[in-house]
Design a protein around this ligand. Structure first.
Ligand code: TXA
Ligand code: MG
Length: 333
């Protein structure tokens, strides 16, 4: 399965470069301490958060950070988010939390929010892909907090998938992508939110949303009434380098809406039961359930060999903004 994915993914190294990656035994544990011990000795451990599963390494260990890019096949110009257990760890990462960043942390941390600020010299350039800024997030999931606290250092972690594919919302999805490529998976329940964190750049005069997420634009506007969503992917030099790469895409084609003829070998996910028949169908209870289910449904459809996944269009407010953003990117991929 991994070989298939490699061939289809333009971001991954090809041929002999890929083959040089060594096989490691991936230990699966439900102990935050065991997973933290892996981080402390310079290894890679995937861990659950309320958004998606992350692939962690010690932020001050450059060799470990390099292994993240290698294990995921991640382009080296895509910066990583630093995860902290407690507010006092933020001081290791930045000298000056701007007033905007301070307000955001007060309102939404711990939670599904990443704030981009200027970094200290102690943070390796490898972690930030050469940027002078660093994204910081304090997850709220109890197991994630226990793991991060036991690590004792901030942990850089992208989503724990092969680069370009849907983020994992279960430990089994992490295993599917990264078995034999990482040292450890900390087992947890399915991610409660199911979409990646909201990323807000606080380095400019006004904060800008680089990636939508469960902390909604409407919630952010209660604090910064004029905050805008960056055009990101369309810009020549995107402020969030990650958004220009292929992202979140299953092997199947993704189509938004069910207008027109429905292909035979297809699947549907949405809120309302459509008239047509599909090989796989997921009717979600509400918008939150749709957001939580969409990546796993993409993966499930790929396991079944589905060719087209139809996704119901929803209103772009609340979590609907992030959901439609990811579905649109998947449709482009
Ligand atoms: O919910 C999440 O954010 C998950 C969990 C594991 O915390 N992490 C995650 O990481 O989604 P990743 O690497 O898959 O996505 C990070 C995004 C990318 O779009 C990246 O470009 C952006 O955040 N980013 C990170 N650091 C940045 C920086 N210094 N400046 C601008 N964008 C940054
Ligand atoms: Mg990712």
């Amino acid at each position: 399965m991994i070989a298939d994915k490699t061939a289809a993914n333009q971001d991954l190294p090809s041929g002999s470069e890929w083959a040089t990656l060594s096989d490691v035994e991936t230990v699966i544990t439900d102990s935050p301490r065991v997973a933290a011990a892996v981080i402390k000795r310079g290894g890679l451990a995937a861990f659950p958060t309320e958004t998606v599963y992350g692939l962690g390494a010690d932020i001050f260990n450059e060799a470990a950070i390099a292994k993240i890019f290698e294990a995921k096949g991640r382009p080296s110009d895509n910066p990583l988010i630093a995860h902290v257990a407690e507010a006092d760890q933020i001081r290791l990462l930045t000298d000056e939390l701007s007033p905007a960043a301070e307000l955001l942390f007060q309102a939404f941390a711990p939670g599904p929010l990443t704030v981009v600020v200027r970094k200290t010299g102690a943070v390796p350039m490898l972690a930030t892909a050469g940027l002078e800024t660093i994204g910081i997030r304090m997850p709220r999931l109890a197991v994630a907090r226990q793991f991060l606290a036991a690590c004792g250092v901030p942990v850089v972690a992208p989503s724990a998938n092969l680069s370009g594919w849907p983020s994992p919302t279960t430990w089994e999805a992490v295993l599917e992508d990264l078995d034999g490529r990482i040292d450890c998976i900390l087992k947890g329940t399915a991610s409660e939110i199911g979409l990646e964190s909201t990323v807000v750049d606080c380095t400019g005069e006004l904060p800008v949303v680089l990636r939508s997420g469960a902390v909604s634009i409407e919630q952010l506007r209660e604090i910064f009434p004029s905050i805008m969503l960056s055009s990101g992917a369309e810009a020549d030099t995107p402020r969030s380098p990650g958004v220009k790469h292929r992202h979140y895409s299953p092997r199947a084609d993704v189509v938004i809406g069910t207008n027109g003829a429905i292909a035979a070998n297809s699947a549907f996910i949405g809120l309302h039961r459509p008239k047509a028949t599909f090989r796989a169908i997921r009717i979600c209870r509400d918008l939150d359930d749709y957001a939580k289910s969409v990546y796993e449904f993409f993966r499930e459809s790929d396991r079944l060999g589905i060719e087209i996944i139809y996704c119901e269009r929803v209103a772009e407010s609340g979590i609907g903004t992030a959901l439609m953003d990811r579905v649109r990117r998947a449709a482009k991929g």
